[in-house]
Design a protein around this ligand. Structure first.
Ligand code: GLN
Length: 442
């Protein structure tokens, strides 16, 4: 019943929160069992797919991404494509060509990014599940800012077929919901082998057996330089975990601080090659003066249609791959990636998970975001980037609220292929932590 209510209200809710780029306007549920939404960088045959970009405006794919198709197959109805930073480039969803999603707890604040619309939909709609995509933190960050659970499986666990790539070696498809039982139910549905994505074909099978965590490692580096509210809430959550019988050990993980710069080198290197296909000839926008020479046409078209952040990343990523600079940046960043993976493996030798706050501060106001430099906003990712670089699964759990009622999250990272303990943790945590539902009035 609440689902029908939600569908009718979708238009009004979207006017208020701008969480969708496209959504179901006919209110017809058919015989679907549940409603879900998907980030707009996943292709869908029912709706336009623009990945938050102007350059893909009007692009209507002819097929569903595997993750969407799988959810439909078990009775899900895709009700909307969620708003996001252009091609996933951002931390606050302010880099979208289609308006900016508003935080359900305070509309003057960000939903986080780049899956901001997915976290917003998960927090605003009743009983909702949303598919997000994370390259460097785009599921856990918005989940943390909007007070939802968010799970990012191991790299390769979920088929990326139908995903508009940001960084192919980093992109992972995951789920967001305020109800961890939904993650448990639907992660196995989207996970698994898909011949259309060879990287999804080699993993050990996903088995959710209810295995509990017994110990977590908390890197000291992760609680330096974060806001007092986040720190205090996190420390309180550690006490709660101890009372659940989990051993909490403080550890040194100095390698974490190298992850962020390495990530931005690798992610932009990959992004700059991925964006080369948008030239105004194959997908999306195609208007332009075709009497020009082809490179003049591409240049003028790309200058007009790419947003500022996309252009910045094309420049950065082209530079890091250039002859003469490649060894200094791209190759070095690959080495750092191995160092980060090794650091996690060392931790997993005697701990089930590495635990940190998810974001160093609560969701900022749009007025503060507009005065942040690109580097300041990249730095906000220093806690979410390492696990993404390592390709290890991770989970945001809401763990408290600041004095203004803004959600705070903590992030568990487990070893490759061990989503089991994350899902169990979300279920266990949810029994003793009361997740607040944002007050949503249509
Ligand atoms: N904020 C990070 C970036 O801009 C991560 C984004 C993502 O995971 N898509 O690259």
């Amino acid at each position: 019943m609440s689902d029908v209510q939600t569908l009718k209200d979708l238009k009004k809710l979207n006017e208020k929160y701008e969480m969708f780029n496209a959504f179901c306007e006919d209110g017809d549920l058919g015989d679907s069992k549940f409603l879900f939404s998907a980030k707009d960088n996943l292709t869908s045959s029912e709706y336009e797919t623009c990945a938050g970009s102007k350059i893909l405006g009007g692009y209507r794919p002819v097929f569903d991404a595997t993750s969407i198709a799988n959810l439909k197959q078990v009775g899900g109805k895709l009700v909307g494509k969620t708003n996001m930073d252009e091609f996933g480039f951002g931390t606050f969803s302010t880099n979208s060509a289609f308006g900016v999603p508003k935080n359900p707890f305070d509309r003057e604040r960000s939903c986080g990014g780049s899956s901001g619309g997915s976290a917003c939909a998960a927090a605003v709609l009743d009983d909702h599940l949303s598919i997000g995509v994370s390259t460097g933190g785009s599921i856990c960050c918005p989940a943390s800012f909007c007070g939802t659970y968010g799970i990012v499986p191991s790299y390769g666990r979920v088929s990326r077929y139908g995903l508009i790539d940001y960084g192919n070696s980093l992109d992972k498809i995951g789920l967001l919901s305020v109800d961890p039982a939904k993650l448990k139910e639907y992660l196995p549905v989207i996970a698994g082998k898909d011949p259309m994505d060879p990287t999804s074909c080699i993993q050990p099978e996903l088995k959710l057996t209810g295995r509990k965590m017994t110990s977590v490692a908390v890197p000291k580096e992760a609680i330096e330089g974060i806001s007092t509210d986040v720190k205090n809430t996190f420390l309180k959550a550690l006490e709660d975990l101890k009372s659940m019988g989990i051993e909490v050990d403080y550890v040194d993980m100095p390698e974490l601080k190298y992850a962020m710069p390495a990530y931005y080198v690798l992610a932009t290197s990959e992004a700059s090659t991925n964006l080369a296909r948008y030239v105004g000839m194959r997908y999306g926008q195609q208007e332009g003066d075709l009497t020009q020479k082809f490179d003049d046409y591409f240049t003028s078209f790309r200058s007009q249609y790419f947003g500022d952040e996309a252009k910045r990343r094309i420049l950065l990523g082209t530079y890091t791959r250039m002859e003469g600079f490649r060894d200094r940046y791209y190759a070095k960043a690959l080495q750092v990636r191995m160092v980060v993976i090794d650091a996690y493996k060392k931790m997993f030798a005697d701990h089930d998970a590495v635990l940190t706050p998810t974001m160093p501060f609560v969701s900022p106001k749009f007025s503060d975001i507009s005065s942040m430099s690109p580097v300041e906003s990249y730095k906000a990712d220093f806690l979410t980037v390492p696990a993404n670089l390592a390709g290890t699964p991770h989970l945001n759990c809401p763990c408290g609220y600041d004095g203004n009622g803004m959600p705070i999250g903590m992030q568990f990272v487990t070893d490759h292929w061990n989503e089991d303990q994350l899902v169990t943790m979300a279920m266990e945590w949810d029994k003793q932590f009361e997740v607040r539902k944002a007050e949503v009035k249509v």
